[in-house]
Design a protein around this ligand. Structure first.
Ligand code: ASP
Length: 436
């Protein structure tokens, strides 16, 4: 079985086990203490898996991006690549939210909704950083401190300036670049090792989510749930296919090769934690040159959130209608602008979409308590929108690479390229997961 099938099977089993536990075993003391609760089996297994992925992110981005920058012909290429990626990220996010607002408004989602019928959960939304703060945080006062915090924009900045300095440091620079390139290979092998355990980690994460998430929370807001889910699917298929057609690439090849990455994104609900897998897929499965993938993917994981924008668009219309508040055309434009800005300022971690939503609501005078109406189904939607966010990061990376002539079409069109092969960790001679 290949990896995506294995992950899919473990997800399905986890969903069944989780729903069963939610229905019949929630009050069982043993299940509560040792399987479901904090510190229980699912929690420990899932947390270990997410941490194993997260521990790879900073070293991988640092080493890979330094290599990418050092191999760029000149700094103009870097500026051009960054500019194109940024423009495409913003464009796809604007399309996503405009699309979501249009669909939600035409369906009149939330109209006549009985606010008291919702299963409300307490909302505690932290303040999002201001735009100025985001910009100043890009430059670290302590390199190791920002790396330790996993501040992705700062890590990107550090790697770029290191890459530039290496290129200007003669022999010493060459030696450093060689060492970092070797280290990067080692981390890539580590990514393969972590991928090996993915089916188990995913099982724990999914089983826990389903066991905690009773089906009852969905019932009052099925309309909201399916509107977000529907627009996510339409954007996933429609917008991404559109940009691939424009770039004269077969979108189906892309979507097929993204399957296991999408499953990682879905089960972790974190674009950031998925970075190692997205980078591997972009380089080894899709044929994107390291100089583009190492830069555009971490940037996208931080500033690009198509799926999140979709949730925000639908949520805004839903809450406005539920509270009987009329939104003006200017309000709609404000929502679009705010969610684009908010996605730049917040990192791709689970649940951050709601923090951003609070910012959007504040701008158009919607009650922040409205978030309580939709929070019950947010975990599942978070998983779905993260899958779309990550696909957006990879789509833009491939398209930018194509326009920069840094896409290996042979690899892109080869269905077998970079396929993950289960590895035998006991054997040191094994070529760690790379198919020859
Ligand atoms: N979890 C999402 C991501 O990591 C962000 C969000 O919408 O909450 O991309």
């Amino acid at each position: 079985m290949n990896l995506s099938v294995k992950i899919l099977v473990s997800m399905l089993i986890a969903a069944v086990v989780g729903v069963f536990m939610n229905k019949f075993l929630l009050d069982n003391e043993f299940v509560k203490s040792f399987i479901l609760g904090n510190g229980g089996f699912f929690d420990v297994g899932g947390t270990m898996f997410i941490k194993a992925l997260k521990m790879l992110v900073v070293p991988l981005v640092f080493c890979s991006l330094i290599g990418g920058i050092a191999s760029m012909d000149d700094m103009k290429t870097l500026g051009r690549t960054g500019g194109k990626a940024f423009a495409l990220f913003m464009l796809t996010t604007v399309i996503a939210i405009a699309f979501a607002l249009t669909v939600a408004t035409s369906l009149g989602i939330g109209e006549g909704f009985d606010i008291d019928s919702a299963n409300r959960a307490a909302v505690t939304v932290k303040d999002a950083p201001s735009f100025g703060q985001v910009i100043t945080n890009i430059i670290p006062d302590n390199i190791l401190g920002e790396m330790a915090k996993g501040n992705m924009l700062a890590v990107i900045f550090i790697s770029i300036v290191f890459g530039i300095s290496i290129a200007h440091s003669g022999k010493e620079g060459e030696r450093t670049a060689k060492f970092i390139a070797d280290f990067n290979e080692v981390i890539m092998s580590l990514v393969n090792i972590v991928m090996n355990v993915a089916p188990y980690g995913v099982f724990c994460l999914m089983a826990k989510t389903f066991a905690e998430q009773g089906l009852e929370v969905f019932l009052p807001i099925l309309g909201y749930f399916f509107t977000v889910a529907g627009v996510l699917v339409m954007h996933y298929v429609g917008t991404f296919s559109g940009i691939f057609f424009m770039a004269r690439l077969n979108p189906l090849t892309f979507l097929k090769k993204m399957r296991s990455t999408v499953l990682f994104a879905f089960s972790t609900a974190s674009s950031n934690a998925t970075i190692p897998i997205t980078m591997r897929t972009a380089e080894e499965r899709l044929g994107v040159d390291n100089s583009i993938a190492s830069f555009v993917i971490p940037l996208g994981a931080t500033i690009n959130m198509n799926g999140t924008a979709i949730m925000q668009g639908v949520a805004t219309v839903f809450v406005a209608n539920a509270y009987g508040i009329e939104l003006t055309f200017i309000d709609y434009l404000t929502v679009i602008g705010m969610s684009v800005l908010a996605s730049i300022g917040t990192a791709g971690v689970p649940g951050v979409g709601l923090i951003m939503l609070a910012m959007v609501f504040a701008q158009v005078n919607l009650p922040v308590e409205g978030i309580a109406l939709i929070i019950g189904v947010d975990r599942l939607l978070d998983m779905m929108r993260t899958a779309v966010n990550v696909t957006g990061d990879a789509a833009v990376t491939v398209v930018v690479a194509k326009t920069e002539k840094k896409l290996n079409l042979e690899t892109y069109n080869d269905p077998e390229a970079g396929i993950f092969d289960a590895i035998d960790v006991n054997s040191h001679e094994h070529d760690l997961g790379h198919k020859a």
